[in-house]
Design a protein around this ligand. Structure first.
Ligand code: IPM
Ligand code: MG
Length: 370
């Protein structure tokens, strides 16, 4: 029997807790059916932590995340906390975890499942079979660059500023993740920057190019400006295999790419740190969607992105590929059977809420595991 796997669960705000409840049912199912036990702890982050403790994430929570084998994150934020100062924003919970745990590689797949081809606003031919992976740098760039601030100029005007900055090391380590992933896929990486405008962008391009020549000559590398990439993603997304880009461009392009699939409610993500000498790495998994305060508490949220984030966790943190595949297959089957939550509803399908979707997924897992 393998050793217990230590999971920290951080449901957060809005629909976070209700979609996480469905993950807990999947975990219970695995505890019952598989030779694996999870040692789970749960904690508050985001607005929930602000309300309870006055800060979006406590140092104890960061420590617990550091000690966990993997962190499963829900979503944070909501109108209730919108008026708080910059230092008290719920979003700081996720930004702090990324930074403190060194989670520099944010993997955001955009996968179109066949039963959901019609959920996209794009023509079926454009997106059918789409399987692209965005690797977004997530501990650097303008999100963390110094100096930053708002200052008063001698003439009395104010000036707000942030800094985009990338070192060789920061670029190379995230590009290595992208090239490594490409080797398990179609062996094509497109590096995205604004080398035509930004010094840091030109440096990014040169650094990725040199790395590819040195370490990944077997992977095809192309470059694209970020604005063109946004356009190409909508025009013809299947041209891409793996995209690697900076924190800010990755934030924008991954939201765009997610809508190719029809719903934010379907997409998981993984954020990985560097592996230590024993191969262990910090990792956090979260759905791409936010806390969706408008539908929170109504039992209508789609739990599949959160559940698929757990499947990614099994795959990347625990090498449990079969179990991950089982959850993913069950997801496709449930959708193929015509069940839909509101966000992916199409005429003729059966509309269900969060817990019925979770329940049906478990039944499907029963069938597949029988
Ligand atoms: C994301 C989110 C975050 C980001 C916010 C919540 C800080 O948009 O994970 O994409 O900008 O990174
Ligand atoms: Mg975002």
């Amino acid at each position: 029997m393998p050793a217990n796997k230590k999971l920290l669960i951080l449901p957060g705000d809005g629909i976070g807790p209700e979609v996480m409840r469905e993950v807990r049912r999947v975990i219970d199912w695995m505890d019952r059916r598989r030779a694996v036990t999870f040692d789970i702890s749960e904690d508050l982050v985001g607005g929930a932590a602000i309300d309870a403790r006055g800060a979006p994430i406590s140092p104890d929570t960061v420590e617990a995340a550091r000690e966990a084998d993997a962190v499963l994150f829900g979503a944070v934020g909501g109108p209730k906390w919108d008026g708080l100062g910059f230092a008290l924003r719920p979003e700081l919970a996720i930004l702090t975890l990324r930074k403190e745990l060194g989670l520099f590689a944010n993997l955001r797949p955009a996968l179109v499942l066949d039963p959901l081809v019609d959920a996209s606003t794009l023509k079926p031919d454009v997106i059918r079979g789409l399987d692209l992976m965005i690797v977004r740098e997530s501990t650097g760039g303008v999100y963390f660059g110094e100096p930053r601030g708002v200052e008063t100029l001698p003439d009395g005007q104010m000036r707000g500023f942030d800094t985009e900055s990338y070192t060789t090391h920061e670029i190379e380590r995230v590009a290595r993740v992208a090239f490594g992933l490409a080797r398990t896929r179609q062996r094509r990486v497109c590096s995205v920057d604004k080398a035509n405008v930004m010094q840091s962008g030109l440096f990014w391009r040169q650094t990725v190019t040199a790395l590819q020549r040195r370490e990944f000559p077997d992977v095809e590398l192309s470059h694209m400006y970020a604005d063109n990439c946004a356009m190409q993603l909508v025009r013809s997304p299947k041209q891409f295999d793996v995209i690697v880009t900076s924190n800010l461009f990755g934030d924008l392009l991954s939201d765009l790419a997610s809508m190719l699939t029809g719903s934010l409610g379907m997409l998981p993500s993984a954020t990985l740190g560097a592996a230590d000498s024993s191969g262990r790495r910090h990792a956090l998994y979260e759905p791409i969607h936010g806390s969706a305060p408008d539908i929170a508490g109504k039992g209508s949220a789609n739990p599949l992105a959160q559940i698929l984030s757990f499947a990614m966790l099994l795959r990347y943190s625990f090498d449990m590929h079969e179990d991950a595949a089982l959850i993913e297959k069950a997801t496709t089957n449930v959708l193929a059977s015509g069940l839909r939550t509101a966000d992916i509803m199409v005429p003729g399908a059966a509309k269900v809420g969060t817990s019925v979707m979770g329940e049906c997924l478990l039944r499907e897992m029963d069938k597949l595991a029988a």
